[in-house]
Design a protein. Structure first.
Length: 99
């Protein structure tokens, strides 16, 4: 950090870490949350695919539960795509930021 008249600057990351707002400097908390969300979306997709297969072959036991599983899979995938799009837009915006 640069020192101005004997006063050293403190970055916002250091302040958040001191306040307990950041789990780690490497972003491990965010990575774990992202991995957990992706695993959950994957589970919904697998259940939706299984329900769709059962509906196609006529082996479905509960049509309502199958429709719910397919709906959850579709909604979770749409949400994950929107999150990805927002993250990509933020990354591009950071790239355009002048220092």
């Amino acid at each position: 950090m640069n020192s101005i008249n004997g006063i050293s600057g403190v970055s916002s990351a250091e302040l958040l870490k001191q306040k307990g707002g950041v789990e780690g400097a490497s972003g491990e908390g965010f990575a774990e949350h992202l991995k957990s969300a992706l695993n959950e979306v994957n589970e919904f997709q697998e259940k939706g695919d299984k329900a769709l297969g059962e509906m196609a072959t006529g082996q479905v036991k509960d049509l309502h539960q199958a429709a719910l599983a397919i709906g959850k899979a579709e909604t979770s995938m749409k949400l994950m795509l929107e999150i990805r799009n927002k993250a990509l837009n933020a990354y591009k915006e950071l790239g355009r930021t002048q220092i």
